[in-house]
Write a protein that binds this ligand. Structure first.
Ligand SMILES: NC(=O)c1ccc[n+]([C@@H]2O[C@H](COP(=O)([O-])OP(=O)(O)OC[C@H]3O[C@@H](n4cnc5c(N)ncnc54)[C@H](OP(=O)(O)O)[C@@H]3O)[C@@H](O)[C@H]2O)c1
Length: 273
């Protein structure tokens, strides 16, 4: 079993806890990433609480703070895997993080793990700006923290291409991407939660860097989709950032092993490759 001295020492209101029996709350624990983080931490022996608006037991709403106090009682660690990519993203991710951190401080939480996106500060567009702002709130916040940044999930790339293919022509912007299996990201997030506050970030990226057009061709072959791929220009700073590989990295701390092609071929659990 993974054991880390720093997390053995991490205490909640003075009590020493072992790394395999911490109480860990996962905000967004019903989402693509969050539910796998919850399963992983539970399998490692922790007591896990799943928090979201639709969670069966711990219903919380980050946009209002409802339910947070009760959900965080006695928790040592909070993993924030919530998400909102709509126009109201900041309400959940930036203001919501402020509410979450305030509730954590009152509850005596010792470690906040923020899940974020590789290169978000380099892309001058809505969602990525919001993610960079969310990280700032965490860095300036009252709770010791770690940030785990990931590249785009295979699930997200496949779902986006699938949704666009309904129009029979898939618009494909010129962009460099490096997708990763969310199951591998979940293990990295679980490691970070156990390791204790890093006061900085860990990055995980997929095994291959390629153009989105190449990934779309792989996806079309694997799924037997006939939709045409249509290159589209993305203007301005956003286009420059995506073409230049802002969402990719050569220096990831953790490199996923499951390629997009293997993930498409072997199902969605990230165990094959
Ligand atoms: N998707 C990607 O490709 C990708 C890549 C890199 C990093 N990330 C990061 O990974 C994290 C998780 O992303 P994901 O794709 O797994 O998200 P997701 O599948 O969309 O799940 C979002 C979760 O947040 C919860 N949620 C949404 N609004 C909420 C609110 N107001 N209050 C409480 N809970 C709320 C949802 O549950 P309810 O609807 O029940 O509330 C759900 O559990 C995010 O930080 C994201 O930036 C994602």
């Amino acid at each position: 079993m993974y054991v880390n001295v720093q997390s053995i020492r991490m205490s909640h209101r003075g009590g020493v806890r072992r790394p395999w029996d911490m109480k860990i709350a996962i905000a967004g624990g019903t989402g693509t990433l969050g539910r796998q983080v919850a399963d992983e931490l539970q399998a490692r022996g922790h007591e896990v609480r799943v928090l979201s608006r639709g969670a069966p037991r711990y219903r919380v709403d980050l946009t209002t703070g409802a339910g947070l106090d009760k959900a965080l009682e006695d928790c040592e660690v909070v993993v924030d895997a919530s998400n909102n990519s709509s126009k109201t993203a900041a309400t959940t991710l930036v203001e919501g993080t402020g509410r979450l951190l305030a509730a954590e401080q009152s509850a005596g939480v010792a470690h906040h793990v923020c899940v974020s996106v590789v290169g978000c500060e380099l892309v001058p567009a809505g969602y990525f700006r919001v993610k960079a702002e969310q990280e700032d709130v965490v860095r300036r916040g009252p709770v010791p923290f770690s940030v785990v940044r990931a590249t785009q999930f295979h699930e997200y790339v496949a779902a986006t291409l699938g949704a666009l293919a309904r129009w029979r022509a898939v618009p494909v912007p010129r962009a460099l991407v490096q997708p990763v299996a969310s199951a591998e990201v979940a293990r990295t997030v679980a490691d970070a939660a156990e390791r204790g506050p890093r006061g900085g970030r860990v990055e995980i990226a997929g095994p291959e860097m390629a153009s989105l057009a190449d990934m779309a061709r792989t996806w079309r072959r694997a799924t037997g989709t006939r939709a045409a791929l249509v290159p589209v220009p993305l203007p301005g700073g956003l286009g420059r950032a995506l073409r230049g590989g802002a969402l990719t990295t050569d220096h990831a701390d953790v490199r996923g092993a499951v390629t997009f092609e293997a993930w498409l071929g072997y199902g969605k659990n990230g165990e094959h490759g």
